[in-house]
Design a protein around this ligand. Sequence first.
Ligand code: ATP
Ligand code: MG
Length: 404
Amino acid sequence: MTFPFNDAAFILDRLQDHGFEAYVVGGAVRDYLLNRPIHDVDVATSAHPADVVSLFKRTVPIGIDHGTVAVLHNGRSYEVTTFRSESDYDDYRHPNQVDFVLSLEKDLMRRDFTINALAMDQNGEIIDLFEGKKDIELKRIRTVGRAEERITEDPLRMMRGIRFASELSFTLGQTERQAFREKADLLKKISIERINQEMARLLAGKGVIQALGLLFETDCIYVLPMLHHADEEKATRVHYLALQTNEERWAAFLINQGIEDVPAFSKYWKWSNDERRHVFQLIKWTKHRMHKEWNEESIYFAGIRDARAVNRIMVALGEVDEQELDNQQCKAETLWQNCPIHSRAGLAATGNHFIDWSGAKPGPWLAKTIQDLERDVVNGRINNELEAIRSWFDNRQITQKKQS
Ligand code: ATP
Ligand code: MG
């Protein structure tokens, strides 16, 4: 066997040269066996964090409580974590060979799923104490140890399990399904930020439909904020694979589930202001697009990026045929190119002009004037030239005076 994580070999070598045990563990081994791209390589070792710090030139103690030190090398960062069973002891001593094996076993035992509890030594030999390899072959998520105990210990594991099912297109073991259903309520104890992260990844996975099915089957979905009345039939009809960003997926999810109160949802789910605004915009423009084709005005105010995203959401929701998407994107592009301006900054007049011309103080009228001007310029009702804008403005003042 050869060791596939070339970049990380020096970490294992160095630790072992100094008498410590060291293994690549977790996601990297799993993804290697699955032929998936490897994101980060985590190392588990018998070395104490202080030893790790002294053995490598550039280190950052990122989680001393968990015994984790980041080793920086060639612009990359590797998390090196002391076997949990050892870092728990204050009276740390160098254990003998038998202790090492016990320690690795303990370290692997506290991991969540069998597929995440694999380790690899520097010869490429895989240590598989919980039939993780078999579960990879059978494409199955199973907990290490008794499912009920493991999710009671950390209920987030339910969301992680279903998220892995989505990302890897795996199924969930029978006992796990049963246990998740019994313990679904415990998800209420988990911070919504972490649930949100898992849910976003779940929606982005290629097995999303099947994973959503698991969320319903295990009742987990019904304990999530504002999803007590979620509808499985609807949820599994969305074509999420047509979508490219989290915001697009959330917009499709909320429209599909008929959740109108986006501000409340985003508050419960603790989205950032940017996320909330963006999802809100996408929903607004998708609903608009459901009634009306794009034109210069709507494309301009939505912006080409959101217009493209909305076209994808239309496909995801089955409002537009998938084969039609390219064509729709081209149409949007042409409309966008035809817009005489692409942002407010493209206007030949600025707020200062209107203040000068009217002699009025800035106020809400100014924003309204600029917005109306954008609309009229984009629609081709007036030319984007200072002269033309001046007479447009004067006429507007006269009409408004007459009206008041
Ligand atoms: P990815 O990074 O693609 O999500 P990963 O397996 O690397 O996958 P991480 O969250 O980075 O997942 O965690 C690294 C490893 O730590 C996991 O493979 C697993 O062994 C362990 N782990 C992470 N979270 C938990 C948890 N809640 N309970 C038990 N073990 C966990
Ligand atoms: Mg990881």
